[in-house]
Design a protein around this ligand. Structure first.
Ligand code: ADP
Ligand code: MG
Length: 822
């Protein structure tokens, strides 16, 4: 580096260490100007840079410490930085720690290759920075002492790198300036003007301090108020030109601005007059302060960040360079730059996620598993003895499962099938294949109602001697739920441990209990999104690499499924058993409720039953939402006094819920009033009406689940949706329910409208680390997936030398348990 610049850096560094007291040079920094200018010109430093340095140093004495810091940092950024801080051969461990190792990208080809020189001493403020690089603590920044660093730690900010990845919560686009006489009430604007007067006073008996400033820009004057910030009266002085950004308010018929962002006009319009980042904050940290820190750090570091993505991935993905993205996600020059930055950062998350999922799948497939072969004739006989013919979809999925079972690798399959598509029977056939060979199977459902329903179904399917030879003796199939009597539990445990029980069906009691299996080879998990990752893993660990089949009735859009379940093989049952009539769906206005009631009455008169669903258990105060408890009472008293109404909600003890559900299934109630607890898998073939109140409060996927509770018999069934208000937009959304019975279509719409929360269930925990990516961005997900796949095929372990930066980032992304998928 040129000696003049080196010298300047040294002065700046010294000054920063002193806290910008203008005493790094005897008599003040401006004293170096004449000599420095001369040397700089001799060295050939570009004239504009010399002028800029001169300008900063000339006015340096008159600046506040904050402004001094800004001004000197700006100079540092202008000075070329030809050498990197690392990675160097002398500090190999830093290459590990600094994930995005800065390399000389600034200087073209001049400094290719690692340098053996010691890290340079140039820094933001102290010598510790070069040694630590991006891992340096925030205290290396000017103006951040240990105490403030402690405060920032509450935001999860400990290192410079944390700052780079601390993304704004939102942006205020102040990039359009307006003259004061054209302001309109309610708009967000930026105004530049001259302070006419400043008045600070206590009002409301001293409870409120008001700083009132009149600003004029030649077109008009504007009153600006700040509350309880009396110190502002000292910083804002008459005659000063300031920039204000905020919302235009109205007070007593006049336009005003209340507590806008402001700053003196001279400064780089860091907080105003551009697209301004708004960061998540904590008490004691102001936007202004954080932005200043961010600006220093980001503008300095972002350009020095090496892009760890292989160039071809960046090209193929049409992604901006990482340094560009990091710069623009904090301080975007335009909306387009911002969008490109967000896309790039989101892509990275999805890409790393995908790579991990692919590795996980490979690791899983490296295990060996017991091979189960079912003789064709034996299986066909079982199928022939079923009370119905299998659908083509059921046949196809069964075939996929059979292949998995004889592959010698553990099956890891997700079976998606719309409600009523007949997943249980497919699972039952898998059980038959495995237990035929003497091994054990476990079938876990999220509620005891469901577990019991499965138990009875599986008994019928596998142990009914009236239809041919039973696959299993009834005694070899047991039900284990929370309130199974202790003595029976003990008996079941013993039977599982000695291998005499071949199939156990249950709730999470299967994993909570000290249950052990003699030879568990097949694990089936129904409504799997209702379980946590750990719960599924816990059951799987009861065997040694058992085959795993997870089932869900929530259709998940394919792109999403591939992302979050990319480690699983996917089976889709997209066909309903024959003879199933689509449920007739109507969207009613709240005023048409009587029609719904009369339909229910007429169906009950024909011997059928009905569900009425409410979003809440009990009404909160000031809440118009109809709630199950109150409505149950009202319906019983006023609408259906002659009918029997049951009430089901999540606050009832499990045994009570079960009793009520069983009673409804046995026809003891005409109508079941319920909250969403009824949603999952419950089968009451005699129910033909599903009335959903407050329908606007539910996602389409969930509404579709409710609808799936009816239409399970052969009678014509109805689904009636009543939103709380007649809101056109909301009704538009709900109309999708009327238009289609296809769960996948609805899931797709839900994903677009409400994001992926509905589909993730507890699995979401593992995805909370996605800071930028939205799982609703199907296009980006697919791109990331495609490119990850290509990379994985070429270099699955990321062992190629050119993939080392990527590998470091990958490992960091996946550390901390995120990888714990299914
Ligand atoms: P889901 O996929 O929602 O779990 P189930 O397995 O509970 O669906 O099946 C729903 C109903 O359809 C059950 O009563 C089941 O006996 C019946 N069923 C399953 N397969 C067929 C089929 N191929 N033909 C006719 N009915 C079927
Ligand atoms: Mg089911």
């Amino acid at each position: 580096m040129l000696p003049a610049l080196q010298k300047l850096q040294k002065f700046i560094k010294l000054e920063a260490e002193r806290g910008y007291d203008n005493r790094a040079v005897l008599g003040g920094l401006d004293k170096i100007i004449p000599l420095w200018q001369q040397e700089a010109r001799e060295n050939g430093v570009p004239e504009p840079l010399i002028q800029e340095v001169t300008r900063c140093l000339e006015r340096y004495a008159s600046l506040s410490p904050e402004e001094r810091a800004d001004c000197l940092q700006a100079l540092l950024e202008k000075i070329d930085v030809p050498e990197s801080f690392g990675p160097t051969d002398s500090t190999p461990h830093e290459t590990q720690a600094v994930n995005i190792a800065p390399t000389p990208t600034v200087n073209g080809g001049r400094n290719r290759g690692p340098r053996r020189s010691a890290p340079r001493t140039y820094s933001l403020s102290t010598d510790s920075l070069p040694a630590h690089g991006l891992k340096a603590p925030l205290t290396v920044l000017p103006g951040i002492g240990p105490r403030y660093a402690q405060t920032l730690r509450q935001l999860g900010l400990e290192t410079l790198e944390d700052l780079l990845y601390y993304f704004p919560r939102r942006y205020d686009d102040y990039s359009r300036l307006k003259p004061i006489n054209r302001l309109r009430y309610g708009e967000e604007v930026t105004v530049i003007g001259t302070v006419q007067s400043v008045n600070n006073r206590d009002t409301r008996g001293g409870r409120l301090n008001l700083t009132e400033v009149i600003v004029s820009d030649g077109t008009a004057a504007l009153r600006v108020n700040w509350f309880n910030q009396p110190w502002l009266a000292k910083s804002i002085t008459p005659g000063m030109q300031i920039v204000l950004s905020g919302r235009v308010d109205m007070y007593l018929g006049r336009l005003v601005m209340n507590s806008p962002e402001w700053e003196p006009l001279e400064q780089e319009h860091l907080h105003t007059n551009r697209i301004v980042p708004v960061y998540p904050l904590t008490a004691k940290v102001t936007q202004k302060m954080l932005r200043r820190i961010m600006y220093q750090t980001v503008t300095f570091w972002a350009p020095r960040i090496q892009d760890y993505l292989p160039e071809w991935v960046r090209q193929a993905g049409e992604l901006v360079p990482l340094s560009h993205a990091l710069l623009n996600v904090h301080f975007p020059e335009s909306q387009d730059d911002l969008k490109a930055a967000q896309d790039r950062l989101a892509f990275d998350e999805l890409f790393l996620l995908q790579l991990g999922v692919l590795q996980q799948k490979r690791a899983w497939q490296a295990n060996t598993a017991t091979i189960f072969e079912a003789p064709e004739a034996w299986l066909e006989e079982i199928i022939a003895n079923l009370p119905f013919e299998l659908t083509n979809a059921q046949r196809r999925v069964l075939e996929e499962i059979r292949q998995d079972l004889r592959a010698g690798r553990p099956m890891n399959r997700l079976l998606q099938g719309d409600v009523g598509s007949g997943k249980t029977i497919v699972a039952a056939l898998a059980v038959a294949i495995v237990t035929r060979a003497g091994a054990q199977a476990a079938f876990m459902a999220p509620t005891s109602i469901l577990a019991e329903q499965h138990y009875r179904n599986l008994l019928k399917l596998l142990a009914d001697s009236e239809r041919g030879t039973p696959v299993l003796p009834a005694g070899n199939i047991r039900l284990l739920v929370g309130d199974t009597p202790e003595t029976e539990k003990e008996e079941i445990r013993a039977g599982l441990a000695d291998g005499s029980i071949k199939l156990v069906i249950g709730t999470h009691a299967l994993i909570e209990d000290p249950v052990t299996f003699a030879n568990l080879q097949l694990v089936i998990i129904d409504e799997q999104h209702r379980f946590g990752v750990e719960q599924r893993a816990a059951l799987r660990l009861k065997g040694h690499n058992p085959h795993l089949l997870v089932m869900t009735a929530t259709p998940i859009p394919r792109s999403l499924a591939l992302t979050i379940y990319g480690d699983l093989d996917l089976s889709v049952m997209d066909e309903m058993p024959r003879g199933r009539q689509p449920v007739e769906t109507h969207l009613l206005s709240p005023l048409e409720r009587e029609r719904a009631y009369s339909l229910i009455r007429s169906q009950v008169e024909k011997g059928y039953q009905a569900f009425i669903i409410y979003p809440l258990i009990e009404k909160g105060q000031n809440d118009e939402t109809r709630a199950a408890v109150e409505e149950h009472e009202r319906l019983q008293r006023e609408i259906f006094p002659d009918l029997r109404l049951g009430l089901l909600h999540g606050r009832l003890p499990p045994a009570e819920k079960e009793r009520i559900m069983r009673a409804f299934r046995n026809g003891e109630f005409h109508i079941l009033v319920s909250t969403s607890v009824v949603e999952v898998g419950v089968d009451v073939p005699n129910a033909t009406v599903m009335l959903i109140e407050g329908a606007n409060r539910f996602g389409l996927a969930q509404l579709h689940q409710f609808r799936g509770r009816v239409g399970r018999g052969n009678a014509k069934s109805y689904c009636l949706l009543i939103p709380e208000t007649n809101d056109d937009v909301e009704n538009e959304r709900l109309l999708a329910m009327v238009e289609t019975n296809d769960g996948f279509v609805l899931a797709e719409r839900d994903l677009q409208q409400r994001g992926p929360g509905e589909f993730l269930g507890t699995r979401q925990a593992g995805y909370s680390e996605l800071r930028m990516a939205s799982l609703a961005n199907v296009h980006l997900i697919e791109k990331a997936r495609r490119l990850a796949q290509t990379l994985f095929e070429n270099d699955p372990d990321l062992s190629h030398p050119e993939h080392q930066p990527l590998r470091l980032n990958f490992e960091r992304f996946w550390q901390g348990g995120r990888g714990d998928i299914s």
